[in-house]
Design a protein. Structure first.
Ligand SMILES: [Zn+2]
Ligand SMILES: [Zn+2]
Length: 336
């Protein structure tokens, strides 16, 4: 089979490697789509993964082979994939927080080969049954909708609250949609790229500002001099971490969703004098993934609103390099 292998930092090659075989209790999935995640781009450029990793955790495909003892799945059946590995037994798993499992791991980040390959070995516990009307393309974008869903749920956001979403990449866009579903009174987004700014309006933002505009003044104008109740930080670079605290109202809440891999300079005194609270969020739970399937079954989310481009696996190394520089894409999928 063909696989895109990350040899080293910023060095990805597409090669023929042996197709995996299903061992006892395992399933082989034939990939149809794998989404390129912002975290993949971070890991690609920072070199934090072990050599020869096959990345890709936002996958959809069909069952191609069943290992000995696997029941409940048929060849050719489509499957949703929960790409986080969890034990199901630890303190956090028992409370439903499978995203915080003590033995936390994931496909495509060095623990198990991911979906930038034509076939992938998985365990049945990672798969979800998929309603007939949810397509393989929809399944490939469940990950950003689920990440955004978890972030909004963890934030405690309530009907009538107001929010600023910093950054309208795929996660920011999905947060805007969830805030609307949650009954937001005002959703403002900041985004520099015109295409993403346009998408932010389509996803439900009332106002979209350039991050270079005088955002604080505009938020004040839009809220009778109060400011927004929540700031969702979805950019994940050092500067925007402190900026989120500057932009939230007194006694408001900052939700850190963007994954910043570098040290950030912050000024705690500026948080303290506003009595700001903060919530960090990581991925989503297995149960929340099931909820997103249900939303998709009801037609609330469709892939087409989020996918801006598809590439072949042969084009993947070039696409990674292109997406690292400032770009106008929303979600890019590898199509097999
Ligand atoms: Zn992802
Ligand atoms: Zn666990």
């Amino acid at each position: 089979m063909k696989a895109a292998i990350l040899r080293d930092r910023r060095s990805m090659v597409v090669e023929e490697i042996p197709t995996p075989k299903a061992g006892p209790g395992e399933i082989i999935l034939k990939m149809k789509y794998t989404g390129i995640c912002g975290s993949d781009l971070h890991l690609y450029s920072t070199g934090l993964l072990p050599p020869d990793t096959i990345m890709g955790h936002e996958c959809s495909g069909v069952v191609a082979e069943l290992g000995e003892g696997v029941e409940g799945w048929g060849i050719g059946e489509k499957a949703g994939l929960y790409g986080a590995l969890y034990c199901g037994k630890c303190f956090w798993c028992m409370k439903g927080f499978t995203n915080l499992c003590r033995e936390m791991g994931g496909i495509g980040i060095g623990d198990m080969p991911g979906g930038y390959a034509e076939y992938m070995r998985v365990f049945p516990s990672m798969l979800l049954k998929v309603p007939e009307n949810v397509t393989l393309r929809d399944l490939a974008v469940m990950d950003p909708f689920a990440t955004a869903y978890h972030a909004v749920r963890m934030s405690g956001f309530k009907v009538g609250d107001t929010a600023l979403v910093m950054g309208a990449g795929p996660i920011g866009l999905c947060i805007i949609r969830h805030l609307r579903l949650a009954g937001a009174r005002l959703v403002v987004a900041t985004e520099r790229v015109e295409r993403r700014a346009q998408a932010a309006k389509e996803f439900g933002a009332d106002v979209v500002l350039d991050a270079g505009d005088n955002v604080l003044n505009t938020l004040s104008d839009l809220t009778n001099d109060v400011g927004v109740d929540y700031v969702f930080e979805c950019v994940g670079v050092p500067d925007t971490t402190q900026e989120a605290f500057n932009l939230v109202r007194r006694a408001g809440k900052v939700v850190l969703v963007g994954v910043c891999l570098e040290p950030a300079t912050v000024q705690p005194v500026l948080w303290i004098i506003k009595e700001v609270s903060m919530q960090t969020t990581l991925g989503f739970t297995r149960a929340e993934f099931g909820d997103i399937l249900d939303f998709m079954h009801k037609g609330v989310f469709k892939a087409d609103s989020l996918v801006s481009e598809t590439v072949s696996i042969d084009e993947l190394p070039e696409a990674f390099e292109r997406l690292l520089s400032p770009n106008t894409e929303l979600k890019v999928l590898v199509e097999f």
